[in-house]
Design a protein around this ligand. Structure first.
Ligand code: ARG
Length: 403
């Protein structure tokens, strides 16, 4: 019986060439699966036809946009997820979702092999395969770019030899991955980390230096989940999409960084995540007014670990589940509204209000008639500083004795 391979198909040169190549190498039938995670750009129907034109026996398009927004982007907001304090996990968030749909397609078609286009140098191979190991350990994995040591030139030559319906001249000098949560650009001249990014590489954001009118937005959250913009309720996908447009128009969410990959190398990447950066800024501020201090302090550590686990490909893992139990519990009272000014590359919080706020005006005010009893403060400060005072006195004594 011919084996069946489910291929994670993007419509680009590498995964297009992989179709006839896998069929030849493995003597198998290839089923191409393209997942729509809100990547701006190509028509999914065109992508489907291209897969069939390259020799896939079947091609499936999965519209996972709402699922991605609600079940992957929003948990990242709850965790204020910024890897190395900066990167909103754009690619890392989409991989587990893609894996889930690949596994479903493999089941449906009775495939025994799953294939992806990642090289051996990146994080995404780990995310795909760690996800598969957790969800469907019986499936074999073949990654042609890595396992058959494929190069770009080889891919182009193969495409020409087989007269595949793809325009090899359209291949960009950059490696780009994009979805609803943002866009990642690497390689080309960016590999010299002294070279500044040029305007050309950006797509989700306008130049923040250009003059324009500021925009103001009010974001409503219910238990840590964004539910409305300017008082108008939206689906998860619609909300992120609108914020991408509005914050992107103000040049918000550009990130140029050198990051620590799981495979050990440092790499330079330029990101754009207008909605991601705006939502996390708003959510962090609402947490500041609604979460008790000790929970808030502890959550910063939890948030960081959550981001690292997701970056490192452990979306489906026990520790992430446990951290989410904590994060979910803490989100209970993260309900309210945050107002932000979007302008000149920045999303700046200018107001917050919440029925479940812990901010108490009567305690905080410096005006007459506040409810804070300052006479309690003297004794508190004395006891608070007692341990350090004792240690300082001891050190002083030892110093004098030694002299
Ligand atoms: N470095 C990012 C990550 O590991 C993005 C990877 C994909 N980037 C790309 N430009 N193809 O999550």
């Amino acid at each position: 019986m011919t084996e069946k391979v489910v291929l994670a198909y993007s419509g680009g040169l590498d995964t297009s060439v992989a179709i006839p190549y896998l069929a030849e190498q493995l003597n198998a039938e290839v089923i191409a699966v393209a997942i729509d995670v809100g990547q701006n750009g190509e028509d999914m129907e065109v992508i489907k036809q291209r897969a069939l034109g390259c020799g896939a026996v079947a091609a499936e398009i999965v519209d996972a946009r709402e699922e991605f927004a609600a079940d992957y982007c929003f948990p990242a907001v709850a965790a204020n997820a910024l890897y190395m304090d900066r990167y909103p996990l754009v690619s890392a968030l989409s991989r587990p979702l893609i894996v889930k749909h690949l596994v479903a397609a493999a089941e449906k078609h009775g495939a025994t092999i799953v294939s992806h286009g990642c090289t051996g140098k990146g994080n995404d191979q780990v995310r795909f395969e760690a996800g598969l190991a957790a969800l469907a350990p019986h499936l074999k994995v073949v990654a042609p770019a890595r396992d058959f040591a494929w190069t770009r030139d080889k891919a182009i030559a193969f495409a020409e030899e087989k007269s595949l319906p793809i325009d090899v001249t359209k291949k960009s000098p950059y490696s780009i991955d994009q979805n609803l949560w943002g866009r990642a650009v690497e390689t080309g001249f960016l590999e010299d980390i002294w070279n500044g990014p040029i305007e050309d590489i950006y797509d989700y954001t306008k130049n923040p230096a250009e003059e324009r009118e500021p925009d103001e937005v009010v974001i409503t959250f219910v238990s840590g989940k964004p539910v409305a913009l300017d008082g108008v309720e939206k689906s998860a996908f619609e909300l992120i999409k609108e914020l991408n447009d509005r914050a992107g128009a103000q040049g918000i969410g550009r990130i140029d960084m050198v990051e620590d990959r799981l495979v050990g190398i440092k790499s330079r990447e330029v990101y754009e995540s207008p909605a991601g950066i705006t939502l996390i800024a708003a959510h962090m501020e609402l947490e500041n007014v609604t979460i008790e201090r000790e929970q808030a302090r502890f959550k910063r550590t939890v948030d960081q670990r959550w981001g690292e686990l997701v970056y490192d490909g452990l979306w489906f893992s026990p520790l992430k589940d446990s951290l989410e139990a904590f994060i979910g519990d803490v989100q209970t009272h993260v309900t309210g509204e945050v107002r932000l000014t979007l302008h000149a590359g920045k999303a700046t919080v200018t107001g917050r209000r919440s029925e479940t706020s812990l901010y108490d005006f009567d305690l905080a005010t410096y005006d007459e008639g506040d409810a804070f009893d300052q006479s309690n403060a003297r004794g508190f400060v004395e006891l608070w500083s007692l341990p350090a005072k004792l240690a300082a006195a001891r050190n002083e004594r030892i110093k004098t004795e030694a002299a």
